[in-house]
Design a protein around this ligand. Structure first.
Ligand code: HEM
Length: 407
């Protein structure tokens, strides 16, 4: 059980690890075997629920709208019109179809439960702990995503799957929009990027149905979105806690609140969004294990992701072993094996020992002599990634896909 204890706890508090230890080849298969939705809605932002099972709920409002925009051949024109719609307080451009305009005007409203002072604490947390948040929510969560079969396949067979660099850059537009102090306020951009993403997801649901490679239920259900939400929220908070990052209760509450607002704005129902970190942990332990496992698409996407990370680290002289070792460290052995990440006999133990010490040094918990040399290599790597992610996102825009991945 020692192998389960640390990295696997990062992901799901032990359940995912326990499934692996029990020899369940693909926990994702447990999805179809498990029965109803057991997470209590009393632990949600709404405080109560309809009893709906999030595996069978998608986006009641955006989905029929996007289907209709496709039927009317309006997507290219909508993309053109929305291209320069960037700021939360910016009026919508003239000429949008009336049903889309009405939807966006409604979808851009923040929920009644938004608490600006709590959001401010979340923004301060993003500034203070930005490096850890990048490592966990962009690199770590990206690695987890490729071990979520439904997400890996959806990404692989949608248009963005053909150009993962651009896809990653687009996804980061939202990641960076939610960080600043005014993210959700007048001068910020998070509302716009979240609403655009909600439209993209509805388009993907519509498009993938006609992909010859897609089978099974419509993608991006409420549960699927919760799974991804946990790879950002719960996974990163557990990671920072394990690394002994200093986090005040106000910062923890602020960080959760910013993620709750993001979830709501992406169309996750309040009855499914966890109200507290404890209810997040409980929900994560239900939804992650049953939605994770290996796929050939995930393995391929993961290799591309690691190739991108290696290129950013040292263009020209690709330092794959370190990237592989850090990816394995961030997600644990089970997920790393599902992702086809090669073991690095030299780098794996070095990274595992060095990274927590680097964090503890940064947090003022230990002195410099205790930090091993490998830690500074990792430090350099993370700085390069952070710079890349901060700058690349600005060069592209989120647009509604007009088709699936060309085969
Ligand atoms: C697109 C974020 C959940 C699959 C996007 C985009 C963002 C984003 C920012 C726009 C970038 C782009 O167009 O490439 C998120 C967040 C989620 C979430 C924050 C949950 C909290 C999911 C889930 C799936 C998924 C659960 C699949 C099961 C996709 C796909 C695209 C997309 C296929 C479009 C790629 C394309 O352009 O072809 N998502 N997403 N997303 N997302 Fe998500």
């Amino acid at each position: 059980m020692a192998e389960l204890s640390r990295r696997d706890i990062l992901i799901s508090g032990t359940t995912l690890g326990a499934l692996g230890a029990l020899g369940m080849a693909s926990p994702a298969q447990a999805d179809s075997l498990s029965d109803g939705w057991t997470w209590p809605a009393s632990g949600s932002v709404a405080g109560s629920g309809s009893g709906a099972d999030p595996r069978w709920v998608w986006d009641d409002v955006a989905d029929p709208l996007l289907a209709s925009l496709f039927d009317r051949g309006l997507i290219p024109e909508v993309n053109r019109l929305l291209y320069d719609w960037n700021r939360n307080d910016q009026p919508l451009p003239a000429g949008l179809p009336e049903d889309l305009r009405a939807f966006i005007e409604q979808a851009r409203q923040l929920p009644s439960w938004v608490h600006p002072a709590t959001l401010d604490a979340g923004a301060r947390f993003h500034v203070l702990k930005g490096n850890y948040i990048v490592v966990l929510t962009i690199v770590g969560a990206g690695m987890l995503a490729t071990a979520i079969p439904k997400e890996a396949r959806a990404v692989y067979y949608s248009a963005g799957g053909a150009d993962l660099k651009d896809r990653v850059a687009k996804t980061n537009i939202l990641a960076y929009a939610v960080r600043p102090q005014n993210a959700w306020a007048a001068g910020g951009t998070a509302v716009v990027e979240a609403v655009k993403t909600r439209l993209v997801h509805a388009a993907v649901r519509h498009l993938l149905k006609s992909s010859p490679h897609w089978s099974g239920p419509i993608p991006i259900s409420q549960e699927d979105m919760l799974v991804t939400w946990h790879t950002l929220a719960t996974y990163s908070m557990r990671g920072m806690r394990e690394w002994k990052v200093r986090i005040s209760s106000a910062e923890a509450a602020g960080y959760l609140h910013s993620l709750q607002v993001m979830g709501h704005m992406l169309g996750i129902r309040d009855e499914f969004l966890p109200a507290t970190w404890d209810s997040s942990y409980a929900q994560s332990d239900i939804v992650l294990p049953r939605n994770m496992g290996p796929t050939s698409e995930g393995v391929e996407l993961n290799a591309i992701l690691r190739g991108m990370l290696a290129e950013m680290t040292s263009p020209g002289s690709i330092d794959k072993p370190l990237v592989n070792a850090f990816s394995r460290y961030l997600t644990g052995n089970q997920v790393a094996d599902w992702n086809g990440i090669p073991r690095q006999p030299l780098s794996d133990p070095l990274v595992k020992a060095a990274w927590p010490l680097l964090v503890q040094f940064r947090e003022g918990l230990i002195g410099l002599p205790l930090v091993p040399a490998t830690a500074w290599l990792l430090d350099e790597m993370i700085k390069k990634w952070t710079t890349y992610y901060l700058t690349k996102g600005a060069q592209t825009k989120i647009v509604i896909p007009t088709g699936n991945r060309p085969s």
